[in-house]
Design a binder for this molecule. Sequence first.
Ligand code: MLT
Ligand code: MN
Ligand code: ZN
Length: 307
Amino acid sequence: MIIKVLGSAAGGGFPQVNCNCRNCTDVRAGRPGLRPRTQSSLAVSRDGERWLLLNASPDIRQQIAATPELAPRPGSGTRTSPIAAVALTNGDVDHVAGLLSLREGLFFTLYASQRVLEAVAANSIFNVLSNRSVTRVALPLDARIGLSGGLAIAAYPVPGKVALYLEDASDGFGTREGDSIGLEVSDPASGAAFHYIPGCAAVDADLAGRLRGARLVLFDGTLYTDEEMITQGLSDKTGRRMGHIAMSGIQGTTEGSMAAFAALGVERCIYVHMNNSNPVLREDSPERATVERAGWEIGWDGMEIRL
Ligand code: MLT
Ligand code: MN
Ligand code: ZN
């Protein structure tokens, strides 16, 4: 199985168009030790010929252009694409907006939870993906389904939050099961499998049980501390309010993802979906050293993993 990180940044990307934070200023200036990042997405394939995208980011056109494996094969027809399927982990803009760039008659299967498929269907701009070319399949929760290219996916609910544009005034902003899912992608022929969870509010007992002993997990690396966007004057929201567990947790506690994973025995842990405020984006920062000491890698655009 080949896994490519197409985009390793959270919504907004890195640098973010309107952001003058220290990280964005320095990466814009080309300061060594920071690399630009596009928004959250992976590509996965068994054979290098047929590809499954995990999330469709607003930067998808740039990501496809940077990934020769995703270009039409010479002689394969006038309008073709190796992209056979797209699976969504939630309905957030950074994970669905790229679908609009796949509207030019691409034939693919769109997998998402029933909740997220309903959110997409309720927004008529996505009608540009015609039913003739795009087959929409609801991912059952807690069940594995086979894809035509030989891979299988299992979707499961994770603690999270409904998409920002769907938040309402009710308890939990109207979040329901299926709004945020994790995906286990596997190759039944080889037994290789990994988990992709770019948005997650907490590692509860259920999730810990699923991840224990996994070979590879690509996990929500949005924030280093729960309050960092407030501290840096960027937003009035904590990570908890946004549905993202922080790497180090809430200041002065150990309620973060590093601590939660410490006892899970996952072979390889990679953070993805980093927000531009996250100090780990600076290769020379103490926070970067801390996560690396805890055994984590920081994913980067173009990173390739073979399982
Ligand atoms: C998130 O990960 O919290 C979302 O991408 C936020 C957003 O939609 O901007
Ligand atoms: Mn996001
Ligand atoms: Zn910034």
